[in-house]
Design a protein around this ligand. Sequence first.
Ligand code: PXL
Length: 277
Amino acid sequence: MKRVVTLQDISCVGKCSLTAAIPVLSCLGVETAVIPTALLSTHTAFDSFVSVDLSEEIDSISEQLLKNNISFDAIYTGYLGSYEQVNEISGFIDSFRNKDCIVVIDPAMADDGELYAGLPEDFVEYMRPFTSKADVIIPNLTEACLLLGMGYKEPVLFSEEEIQQMLYRLADMGPEGVVITGIHFGEKEMGAVSYDKKQDILSDARSIRHHGRFLGTGDIFSSVVTGCLLDGQQLSEATEHAVHFVNRCIEETEKAPDKRWYGVNFESCLGELTGYI
Ligand code: PXL
């Protein structure tokens, strides 16, 4: 069985980051180790929250894992909330990566043209060199613009040509694989685009467009891509599965009478993941 270590926060309530990544990766048949980078009462879209930074714990945890000869088939990072966390995790990657280990970085820091609440304004300056360590990066459209130093505009206003150039430019920054999420294909469809630099393959994956904001879907998306890559799938196939699964989670949420504003009902769909591997 493949083993991934995922490094991101644990939000007590919020249906995101580790509480989404663990069940999704487990259902994809991957042993899921975790390094919680921060403990939050809720994710940062709630009106108020407390956050405890766990950066200082990462070094001693790494040391113990190394002492126990533990290695990973993938290192997957998500939301990081401080410069210290980025620095510590950068060191973690240097210590644990090897030629058989794939590094997936979701530079989760912004959406809808805005940085997440509580992050420092210049956070992208730290995220940019960090993402160059990845084999695969999975930004949403806002994060892709930030990483490239481009202005943001409504997703529907990006042309196909512009999106393609963004994929190439992000791949030039280091990663072999780039997936951009939150792409609009006209008024009725949305999904993701991917570029596999080694194989020179561009692809897209689409589902019907849902209106509204669906928090945590980026974390679910990246977890599906990581699990499918560990299953040996091509980036385009992993992206196709992630778009399909996120669409299913949104459909289930929209039908639920108790739908929660802060996250999607991925729980109802977990059983479907076994069909992806
Ligand atoms: O889903 C991304 C995410 C993860 N973790 C925390 C967040 C967010 C987005 O707002 O605040 C703590």
